[in-house]
Design a protein around this ligand. Structure first.
Ligand SMILES: [Zn+2]
Length: 149
């Protein structure tokens, strides 16, 4: 996977992406992503750690926790930065990869619709709505994803 453009983007925001081995001792002291044993973030130092098993879309999601949320990962409102993730994916050339890992993203919270079960029209309406929402929070300016940290 080519994460170089994503890495350049997060470095421009004062952070970094680091590929590590799954048995690296650092896993003992970083927040591992829920549902995944190959991703983790150091929210304070703005570093995203990933192993070779990680999917690019998941790395983008973790970047959302670090750069598009002022709260630590366990307290972030992930749905607030869904549109931001999409805009980042477009910018770094990983939109297909992001859509692939977003398939089981649960939309709504009460209805529990999964993204991949929506029609293409519903998906594009949702993305447009989420991009607008992220703009209203200052996470996107024009078409550019921002770091708020
Ligand atoms: Zn998350």
């Amino acid at each position: 996977m080519n994460l170089a453009p994503l890495q350049a983007l997060v470095q421009s925001w004062g952070g970094d992406l680091k590929q590590v081995e799954s048995d690296d001792p650092l896993w003992d002291h970083i927040a591992a992503a829920p549902f995944s044993s190959w991703l983790g973030v150091d929210h304070k130092r703005k570093v995203i750690y990933y192993t070779k098993e990680a999917q690019p879309g998941e790395v983008i999601h973790e970047a959302g926790h670090v750069f598009a949320s002022s709260r630590t990962p366990n307290f972030s409102e992930e749905y607030d930065f869904f549109g931001w993730e999409f805009v980042v994916a477009v910018k770094v050339g990983l939109v297909d990869e992001w859509l692939e890992t977003t398939g089981n993203y649960t939309i709504g919270g009460t209805d529990f619709v999964e993204f991949e079960d929506m029609t293409i029209d519903e998906q594009s309406d949702l993305l447009e709505e989420r991009v607008q929402h992220a703009r209203s929070l200052g996470l996107i300016q024009g078409d550019e994803p921002m770091s708020i940290r």
